[in-house]
Ligand binder design. Structure first.
Ligand SMILES: Cc1ncc(COP(=O)(O)O)c(C=O)c1O
Length: 366
Protein backbone atom coordinates (compact mmCIF):
# COMPACT_ATOMS: atom_id res chain seq x y z
CA UNK A 1 0.00 0.00 0.00
CA UNK A 2 1.29 3.49 -0.77
CA UNK A 3 2.54 5.34 2.29
CA UNK A 4 0.13 8.13 1.38
CA UNK A 5 -2.80 5.82 2.05
CA UNK A 6 -1.25 3.93 4.93
CA UNK A 7 -0.12 6.82 7.12
CA UNK A 8 -2.38 9.08 9.07
CA UNK A 9 -1.20 12.68 9.11
CA UNK A 10 0.81 14.61 10.04
CA UNK A 11 3.46 11.94 9.42
CA UNK A 12 7.21 12.36 9.10
CA UNK A 13 8.51 10.34 6.17
CA UNK A 14 12.13 9.67 5.25
CA UNK A 15 12.88 8.72 1.66
CA UNK A 16 15.41 5.93 1.98
CA UNK A 17 17.17 6.43 -1.32
CA UNK A 18 17.75 10.13 -0.68
CA UNK A 19 18.92 9.54 2.89
CA UNK A 20 21.43 6.97 1.65
CA UNK A 21 22.64 9.34 -1.04
CA UNK A 22 23.09 12.20 1.46
CA UNK A 23 24.99 9.96 3.88
CA UNK A 24 27.20 8.63 1.11
CA UNK A 25 28.02 12.06 -0.25
CA UNK A 26 29.31 13.32 3.12
CA UNK A 27 31.12 10.08 3.94
CA UNK A 28 32.93 10.13 0.61
CA UNK A 29 33.75 13.82 0.88
CA UNK A 30 35.27 13.41 4.35
CA UNK A 31 37.29 10.39 3.25
CA UNK A 32 38.52 12.07 0.05
CA UNK A 33 39.67 15.10 2.01
CA UNK A 34 41.23 13.20 4.93
CA UNK A 35 38.82 14.69 7.48
CA UNK A 36 37.19 12.81 10.34
CA UNK A 37 33.41 12.84 10.11
CA UNK A 38 31.64 13.20 13.44
CA UNK A 39 28.04 13.90 12.44
CA UNK A 40 25.70 15.83 14.68
CA UNK A 41 22.94 13.68 16.17
CA UNK A 42 20.51 16.54 16.85
CA UNK A 43 19.06 16.39 13.33
CA UNK A 44 17.79 12.81 13.21
CA UNK A 45 17.79 11.74 16.89
CA UNK A 46 17.42 8.10 15.88
CA UNK A 47 19.61 5.10 16.67
CA UNK A 48 19.16 3.74 13.15
CA UNK A 49 20.72 6.71 11.38
CA UNK A 50 23.50 6.95 13.99
CA UNK A 51 24.35 3.29 13.30
CA UNK A 52 24.40 3.92 9.55
CA UNK A 53 26.77 6.85 10.04
CA UNK A 54 29.12 4.83 12.26
CA UNK A 55 28.98 1.81 9.94
CA UNK A 56 30.00 4.04 7.07
CA UNK A 57 33.07 5.24 8.92
CA UNK A 58 32.09 8.19 11.12
CA UNK A 59 34.69 8.43 13.92
CA UNK A 60 32.03 9.19 16.50
CA UNK A 61 28.90 11.19 17.13
CA UNK A 62 28.43 14.84 18.05
CA UNK A 63 25.61 15.70 20.44
CA UNK A 64 24.28 18.95 21.83
CA UNK A 65 23.01 17.58 25.13
CA UNK A 66 23.88 14.91 27.67
CA UNK A 67 20.40 13.44 27.21
CA UNK A 68 21.17 12.70 23.56
CA UNK A 69 24.32 10.78 24.52
CA UNK A 70 22.38 8.92 27.22
CA UNK A 71 19.71 7.94 24.68
CA UNK A 72 22.32 6.52 22.32
CA UNK A 73 24.18 4.67 25.06
CA UNK A 74 20.90 3.16 26.21
CA UNK A 75 20.53 1.71 22.71
CA UNK A 76 23.93 0.08 23.04
CA UNK A 77 25.70 2.63 20.88
CA UNK A 78 28.84 3.17 22.93
CA UNK A 79 30.65 5.31 20.46
CA UNK A 80 33.10 8.14 20.89
CA UNK A 81 31.00 11.19 21.69
CA UNK A 82 31.64 14.90 21.55
CA UNK A 83 29.19 17.21 23.32
CA UNK A 84 29.68 20.41 21.35
CA UNK A 85 28.20 22.50 24.11
CA UNK A 86 28.82 23.75 27.62
CA UNK A 87 27.98 21.40 30.52
CA UNK A 88 27.01 23.63 33.41
CA UNK A 89 26.02 22.81 36.99
CA UNK A 90 26.45 19.82 39.32
CA UNK A 91 23.28 18.05 38.12
CA UNK A 92 24.78 17.82 34.67
CA UNK A 93 28.40 17.14 35.62
CA UNK A 94 27.19 14.16 37.72
CA UNK A 95 25.49 12.73 34.61
CA UNK A 96 28.65 13.31 32.61
CA UNK A 97 30.67 11.39 35.19
CA UNK A 98 28.19 8.50 34.97
CA UNK A 99 28.45 8.48 31.17
CA UNK A 100 32.23 8.33 31.28
CA UNK A 101 31.95 4.82 32.75
CA UNK A 102 30.16 3.70 29.59
CA UNK A 103 31.59 5.70 26.71
CA UNK A 104 34.29 8.08 25.59
CA UNK A 105 32.93 11.59 25.93
CA UNK A 106 34.70 14.88 25.38
CA UNK A 107 33.06 18.22 25.85
CA UNK A 108 33.39 21.82 24.74
CA UNK A 109 34.13 24.76 26.98
CA UNK A 110 34.55 28.46 26.40
CA UNK A 111 35.21 29.71 29.95
CA UNK A 112 37.24 29.04 33.04
CA UNK A 113 34.03 28.84 35.09
CA UNK A 114 32.60 25.98 33.03
CA UNK A 115 35.98 24.23 33.00
CA UNK A 116 36.27 24.60 36.80
CA UNK A 117 32.89 22.90 37.26
CA UNK A 118 33.99 20.03 35.05
CA UNK A 119 37.29 19.76 36.88
CA UNK A 120 35.60 19.61 40.30
CA UNK A 121 33.33 16.77 39.18
CA UNK A 122 36.25 14.86 37.65
CA UNK A 123 38.34 15.34 40.78
CA UNK A 124 35.60 13.94 42.97
CA UNK A 125 35.15 10.95 40.64
CA UNK A 126 38.88 10.39 40.17
CA UNK A 127 38.61 10.87 36.41
CA UNK A 128 40.18 13.02 33.74
CA UNK A 129 38.37 14.69 30.85
CA UNK A 130 39.41 15.83 27.39
CA UNK A 131 38.07 19.24 26.51
CA UNK A 132 37.80 21.21 23.30
CA UNK A 133 37.78 24.99 23.42
CA UNK A 134 34.86 26.60 21.61
CA UNK A 135 35.92 29.51 19.41
CA UNK A 136 33.79 32.28 17.96
CA UNK A 137 34.80 32.53 14.32
CA UNK A 138 31.99 34.89 13.39
CA UNK A 139 28.71 33.42 14.56
CA UNK A 140 28.92 35.21 17.91
CA UNK A 141 26.88 32.63 19.82
CA UNK A 142 28.98 30.79 22.42
CA UNK A 143 32.73 30.66 21.91
CA UNK A 144 35.61 32.99 22.69
CA UNK A 145 37.67 35.09 20.32
CA UNK A 146 40.89 33.80 18.81
CA UNK A 147 43.11 35.92 21.05
CA UNK A 148 41.38 34.71 24.20
CA UNK A 149 42.01 31.02 23.57
CA UNK A 150 45.67 30.60 24.60
CA UNK A 151 45.22 32.49 27.90
CA UNK A 152 42.20 30.29 28.77
CA UNK A 153 44.05 27.10 27.84
CA UNK A 154 47.07 28.16 29.92
CA UNK A 155 44.90 28.88 32.95
CA UNK A 156 43.10 25.54 32.61
CA UNK A 157 46.43 23.77 32.33
CA UNK A 158 47.81 25.54 35.37
CA UNK A 159 44.81 25.30 37.70
CA UNK A 160 42.58 22.41 36.58
CA UNK A 161 44.64 19.21 36.63
CA UNK A 162 41.81 16.81 35.73
CA UNK A 163 41.27 18.48 32.33
CA UNK A 164 43.29 18.13 29.16
CA UNK A 165 42.87 20.63 26.32
CA UNK A 166 42.94 18.49 23.17
CA UNK A 167 41.34 20.65 20.55
CA UNK A 168 39.39 23.62 19.28
CA UNK A 169 35.97 23.79 17.67
CA UNK A 170 33.69 26.26 15.99
CA UNK A 171 30.17 26.21 14.57
CA UNK A 172 30.26 28.35 11.45
CA UNK A 173 26.48 28.46 11.30
CA UNK A 174 26.60 32.14 10.36
CA UNK A 175 28.03 31.13 6.97
CA UNK A 176 24.83 29.19 6.28
CA UNK A 177 22.82 32.34 6.92
CA UNK A 178 24.68 34.20 4.14
CA UNK A 179 22.73 35.98 1.43
CA UNK A 180 24.38 34.13 -1.42
CA UNK A 181 27.04 31.55 -2.24
CA UNK A 182 29.81 34.17 -2.59
CA UNK A 183 29.19 35.50 0.90
CA UNK A 184 28.97 31.98 2.29
CA UNK A 185 32.35 31.20 0.76
CA UNK A 186 33.92 34.26 2.32
CA UNK A 187 32.46 33.63 5.80
CA UNK A 188 33.33 29.93 5.75
CA UNK A 189 36.90 30.59 4.54
CA UNK A 190 37.32 33.16 7.29
CA UNK A 191 36.03 30.72 9.93
CA UNK A 192 38.36 28.01 8.63
CA UNK A 193 41.35 30.34 8.69
CA UNK A 194 40.61 31.44 12.28
CA UNK A 195 40.13 27.96 13.72
CA UNK A 196 43.31 26.65 12.08
CA UNK A 197 45.24 29.73 13.20
CA UNK A 198 44.13 29.34 16.81
CA UNK A 199 45.11 25.66 16.77
CA UNK A 200 48.57 26.78 15.62
CA UNK A 201 48.76 29.34 18.43
CA UNK A 202 47.95 26.63 20.98
CA UNK A 203 50.55 24.29 19.52
CA UNK A 204 53.12 27.10 19.65
CA UNK A 205 52.21 27.48 23.33
CA UNK A 206 53.01 23.80 23.89
CA UNK A 207 49.56 22.20 23.72
CA UNK A 208 49.08 18.90 21.96
CA UNK A 209 46.12 19.80 19.74
CA UNK A 210 44.74 16.85 17.79
CA UNK A 211 41.24 18.13 17.04
CA UNK A 212 40.42 21.13 14.87
CA UNK A 213 36.68 20.80 14.40
CA UNK A 214 34.13 22.69 12.29
CA UNK A 215 30.46 21.99 11.67
CA UNK A 216 27.74 23.36 9.42
CA UNK A 217 25.90 21.69 6.54
CA UNK A 218 25.62 24.71 4.21
CA UNK A 219 29.36 25.44 4.67
CA UNK A 220 30.46 21.80 4.89
CA UNK A 221 32.26 21.66 1.56
CA UNK A 222 33.82 25.10 1.97
CA UNK A 223 35.21 25.51 5.50
CA UNK A 224 36.81 22.09 5.34
CA UNK A 225 38.97 23.14 2.39
CA UNK A 226 41.19 25.06 4.82
CA UNK A 227 44.34 23.04 5.38
CA UNK A 228 44.61 21.92 9.00
CA UNK A 229 40.98 21.11 9.77
CA UNK A 230 40.78 17.57 11.17
CA UNK A 231 37.08 17.05 11.86
CA UNK A 232 33.66 18.01 10.50
CA UNK A 233 30.34 17.84 12.37
CA UNK A 234 27.50 18.36 9.89
CA UNK A 235 24.01 17.50 11.11
CA UNK A 236 21.33 18.71 8.71
CA UNK A 237 22.94 17.01 5.69
CA UNK A 238 21.22 13.68 6.42
CA UNK A 239 17.79 15.10 5.61
CA UNK A 240 18.45 18.58 4.21
CA UNK A 241 15.76 21.25 4.32
CA UNK A 242 14.53 24.45 2.76
CA UNK A 243 17.62 26.37 3.90
CA UNK A 244 19.83 24.61 1.45
CA UNK A 245 18.00 25.31 -1.81
CA UNK A 246 18.80 28.96 -1.91
CA UNK A 247 22.50 28.50 -2.68
CA UNK A 248 21.57 26.58 -5.78
CA UNK A 249 23.40 23.43 -4.69
CA UNK A 250 20.39 21.34 -3.88
CA UNK A 251 16.83 20.90 -4.99
CA UNK A 252 13.74 19.59 -3.22
CA UNK A 253 14.75 16.17 -4.53
CA UNK A 254 17.77 16.15 -2.19
CA UNK A 255 15.55 16.52 0.87
CA UNK A 256 15.06 13.13 2.50
CA UNK A 257 12.52 14.16 5.11
CA UNK A 258 9.05 15.40 4.31
CA UNK A 259 6.02 15.90 6.46
CA UNK A 260 2.90 14.35 5.01
CA UNK A 261 -0.09 16.61 5.64
CA UNK A 262 -3.81 16.57 4.82
CA UNK A 263 -5.90 19.43 3.47
CA UNK A 264 -8.66 19.84 6.05
CA UNK A 265 -10.46 22.95 4.84
CA UNK A 266 -10.91 25.14 1.74
CA UNK A 267 -12.77 28.08 3.28
CA UNK A 268 -11.99 30.50 0.41
CA UNK A 269 -10.85 30.10 -3.22
CA UNK A 270 -7.38 31.39 -2.38
CA UNK A 271 -7.00 29.59 0.97
CA UNK A 272 -6.42 26.00 2.02
CA UNK A 273 -5.84 24.74 5.54
CA UNK A 274 -3.45 21.90 6.37
CA UNK A 275 -3.34 19.78 9.53
CA UNK A 276 0.25 20.87 10.14
CA UNK A 277 0.66 23.92 12.36
CA UNK A 278 3.46 25.18 14.54
CA UNK A 279 3.36 21.89 16.50
CA UNK A 280 4.51 20.11 13.35
CA UNK A 281 6.45 22.60 11.27
CA UNK A 282 7.86 24.98 13.93
CA UNK A 283 7.89 28.74 13.43
CA UNK A 284 11.34 28.84 11.87
CA UNK A 285 11.37 31.27 8.96
CA UNK A 286 13.01 30.62 5.62
CA UNK A 287 15.47 33.07 4.11
CA UNK A 288 14.79 31.69 0.68
CA UNK A 289 11.06 31.52 0.20
CA UNK A 290 8.22 33.16 2.08
CA UNK A 291 6.28 30.85 4.35
CA UNK A 292 6.77 28.00 6.76
CA UNK A 293 7.68 25.17 4.43
CA UNK A 294 7.81 24.08 0.81
CA UNK A 295 4.84 22.12 -0.50
CA UNK A 296 6.34 19.66 -2.96
CA UNK A 297 3.20 19.21 -5.08
CA UNK A 298 2.36 22.94 -5.08
CA UNK A 299 5.60 24.90 -4.96
CA UNK A 300 3.84 28.19 -5.72
CA UNK A 301 1.49 27.91 -2.76
CA UNK A 302 2.69 29.70 0.38
CA UNK A 303 2.22 28.44 3.94
CA UNK A 304 1.86 31.99 5.13
CA UNK A 305 0.79 31.46 8.72
CA UNK A 306 0.73 28.78 11.37
CA UNK A 307 -1.41 28.36 14.40
CA UNK A 308 -0.81 25.34 16.61
CA UNK A 309 -2.64 22.78 14.48
CA UNK A 310 -3.41 24.72 11.30
CA UNK A 311 -1.21 25.61 8.37
CA UNK A 312 -2.75 28.53 6.45
CA UNK A 313 -1.90 28.17 2.80
CA UNK A 314 -2.33 31.04 0.33
CA UNK A 315 -2.99 29.74 -3.19
CA UNK A 316 -2.01 31.59 -6.32
CA UNK A 317 -4.94 32.85 -8.37
CA UNK A 318 -6.64 30.11 -10.39
CA UNK A 319 -4.57 27.34 -8.83
CA UNK A 320 -6.30 24.00 -9.13
CA UNK A 321 -6.09 21.27 -6.51
CA UNK A 322 -5.53 21.12 -2.77
CA UNK A 323 -8.97 19.67 -2.28
CA UNK A 324 -10.24 18.59 1.13
CA UNK A 325 -8.78 15.19 2.03
CA UNK A 326 -5.83 15.52 -0.35
CA UNK A 327 -2.41 14.69 1.10
CA UNK A 328 0.64 16.80 0.34
CA UNK A 329 4.30 16.64 1.34
CA UNK A 330 6.03 19.53 3.04
CA UNK A 331 9.77 20.12 3.24
CA UNK A 332 10.31 22.01 6.50
CA UNK A 333 12.29 25.23 6.68
CA UNK A 334 14.47 23.83 9.46
CA UNK A 335 14.31 20.08 9.72
CA UNK A 336 16.03 19.52 13.09
CA UNK A 337 13.39 20.99 15.42
CA UNK A 338 10.57 19.36 13.44
CA UNK A 339 12.06 15.92 14.17
CA UNK A 340 11.93 16.78 17.85
CA UNK A 341 8.14 17.12 17.47
CA UNK A 342 7.38 13.56 16.44
CA UNK A 343 7.67 10.14 18.08
CA UNK A 344 8.55 8.31 14.89
CA UNK A 345 9.97 8.60 11.42
CA UNK A 346 8.65 6.36 8.64
CA UNK A 347 11.21 5.06 6.20
CA UNK A 348 9.77 4.93 2.69
CA UNK A 349 11.11 2.81 -0.17
CA UNK A 350 9.36 2.57 -3.55
CA UNK A 351 6.30 4.37 -2.19
CA UNK A 352 5.89 1.98 0.75
CA UNK A 353 6.69 2.27 4.44
CA UNK A 354 9.43 -0.30 5.10
CA UNK A 355 10.42 0.64 8.66
CA UNK A 356 9.32 2.93 11.46
CA UNK A 357 12.04 4.41 13.65
CA UNK A 358 11.43 5.81 17.13
CA UNK A 359 12.90 9.27 17.67
CA UNK A 360 14.81 8.08 20.73
CA UNK A 361 16.14 11.48 21.69
CA UNK A 362 12.89 13.35 21.23
CA UNK A 363 12.70 15.94 24.00
CA UNK A 364 16.17 15.10 25.29
CA UNK A 365 17.01 18.74 25.71
CA UNK A 366 18.76 18.50 29.07
C1 LIG B 1 27.87 23.16 17.60
C2 LIG B 1 27.27 22.68 16.34
N1 LIG B 1 27.98 21.89 15.53
C3 LIG B 1 27.48 21.43 14.35
C4 LIG B 1 26.20 21.76 13.96
C5 LIG B 1 25.68 21.21 12.65
O1 LIG B 1 25.22 22.20 11.78
P1 LIG B 1 24.26 21.81 10.56
O2 LIG B 1 23.00 21.33 11.13
O3 LIG B 1 24.15 23.03 9.73
O4 LIG B 1 24.95 20.72 9.83
C6 LIG B 1 25.43 22.60 14.77
C7 LIG B 1 24.07 22.99 14.37
O5 LIG B 1 23.33 23.63 15.03
C8 LIG B 1 25.96 23.07 15.99
O6 LIG B 1 25.26 23.85 16.82
Amino acid sequence: MSYRDELDTPAWIVREEVLQENLKQMTEYAAANGINLRPHFKTHKTAEVARMQLDQGAVGITCAKLGEVEALVEQGIESDFFIANQIVGPLKTARLVALLDKANVRVATDSFEVAAGLNAAMEEAGKTLDIVIEVNTGQARAGILVDEVVPLARRIQAELPQLRVVGVMTHEGHAGAADDAAQLQQLADDAGEKIVRVAGMLRDAGFDISTVSVGSTPAAFVTTKTEGITEMRPGTYVFQDNTIFRFGWHTPENCALRILATVTSRPAPDRAILDTGSKSLTMDPSKWKPGYGYIVEYPDAVIENLSEEHGWVRLPEAMQGMEIGEKVQIIPNHVCPTVNLTDELHLVRDDEVVETWPVIARGKIR
